[in-house]
Design a protein around this ligand. Structure first.
Ligand code: TXA
Ligand code: MG
Length: 347
């Protein structure tokens, strides 16, 4: 059942009481808490099993709230907010003094975005109207609503299956239209240096260049000091519990057959039609355009993870800029897949 206005009221009351509320965004579902309440924020880390040094994104009702959360905001931040908000772009800026270190993982910066999903915006606006937050700093801290390192949820049932009772309320907004997490752009480098793309997403480096005139530097690695600034930047992330391997389109049929001969059950995620998929336990065919593929990727990975397959084979995607964000998620899923398998199946 889609959520209605009464559920927004309930969500606001829960947030004010320091409880967790999961809500849809245009990218993936978020696990929200009042960003100005460190105890509530602590509950996010506990529910996800996430290490405390991984900072959280604060979701804002409108770009007018930017300067309550950030300081020394460069002009390009306003230009990007104007161009892409509400939308799937997170900006990393120097944090305002009042921002709790529970949010920032102890760093001097904070991640901010205005999400484009109507239900997320309705919640954020209602929370601000109700006086949520401290001193007008209304904002909802929300990581993706999955257990740490696992696949982000793109439907309300995914959140329920994975986090269950740990969440006070799950607002149901149907399937998330983007399907992978927001682009993260670090605007803290000194003036004259290009911004740094920490996580690729729907908003591309080229689109950013068209707005600010500079192509971001593509980073996506932990900080030089070893701090895991972006948890999605860990090599292993967004992962199913079943081992996952990427295979070129030419090799896919042969790989399926070889597994069958060795008595292993495999599940397949492909773009092209398979000449013969009889040897696979389950097959999901995803759209052949990058946006359609991204929208359906995580739900398909979850489905295949729930089959009795010993291995998930994923047909490699084109190595072009349009596929960069999807390629990033697949690489990390392959690196993290199969960990804690027994623990998770027992749960
Ligand atoms: O699309 C999204 O961004 C979703 C929806 C719910 O908004 N959120 C999301 O949150 O993906 P999360 O926590 O799963 O991933 C956000 C990443 C984290 O890995 C975190 O390390 C990084 O953003 N991040 C947050 N604040 C940061 C900061 N100050 N500096 C560097 N990275 C930061
Ligand atoms: Mg996440």
């Amino acid at each position: 059942m889609p959520s209605d206005v009464h559920e927004i009221d309930r969500a606001v009351a829960l947030l004010q009481a320091g409880e967790l509320v999961a809500f849809p965004t245009e990218t993936v579902y978020g696990l929200g808490a009042d960003a100005a309440n460190p105890t509530a924020v602590g509950r996010i880390f506990a529910a996800k099993g996430r290490p405390a040094d991984h900072p959280l994104i604060v979701h804002l009702p409108a770009d007018g709230y930017l300067d309550r959360w950030a300081r020394e905001i460069p002009a390009v931040a306003w230009e990007l907010a104007e161009a892409f908000w509400p939308g799937p772009l997170t900006l990393i800026l120097k944090r305002a003094p009042a921002v709790s270190s529970a949010i920032t993982g102890g760093q001097d910066s904070v991640g901010l975005r205005v999400p484009a999903h109507p239900l997320a915006l309705a919640l954020l606006r209602a929370y601000a109207r109700a006086g949520g937050g401290v001193d007008g700093m209304s904002g909802i801290a929300a990581p993706s609503a999955n257990r740490f390192g696992r696949i982000s949820p793109t439907e309300a049932t995914h959140v329920r299956d994975e986090l269950g009772d740990a969440v006070g309320l799950i607002l149901d907004g149907g399937r998330c239209p983007v399907g992978i997490e927001s682009t993260i752009l670090d605007l803290t480098p000194a003036a004259g240096l290009p911004p740094r793309l920490l996580r690729p997403g729907r908003v591309t480096p080229e689109q950013i260049r068209m707005v600010i005139g500079v192509l971001p530097e593509i980073v996506g690695h932990p900080g030089d000091d070893g701090t895991p600034r972006v948890s999605g930047s860990l090599a292993a992330h967004y992962a199913p519990t079943t081992p996952l391997r990427l295979v070129t389109p030419e090799r896919l049929t042969e790989a399926i057959e070889r597994l069958r001969c060795s008595g292993q059950r495999c599940a397949v995620l492909c773009r092209n039609e398979l000449p013969d998929d009889g040897a696979a336990l389950a097959v999901r065919r995803l759209p052949s355009d990058p946006r359609g593929y991204a929208r359906t990727l995580y739900a398909a990975l979850r489905d295949l993870d729930h089959t009795a397959a010993d291995l998930i084979l994923v047909e490699e995607i084109p190595a072009t800029p349009a596929w960069a964000a999807v390629a990033d998620r697949l690489r990390r899923a392959a690196a993290g897949a199969g960990r804690n398998r027994d623990v998770t199946t027992q749960r």
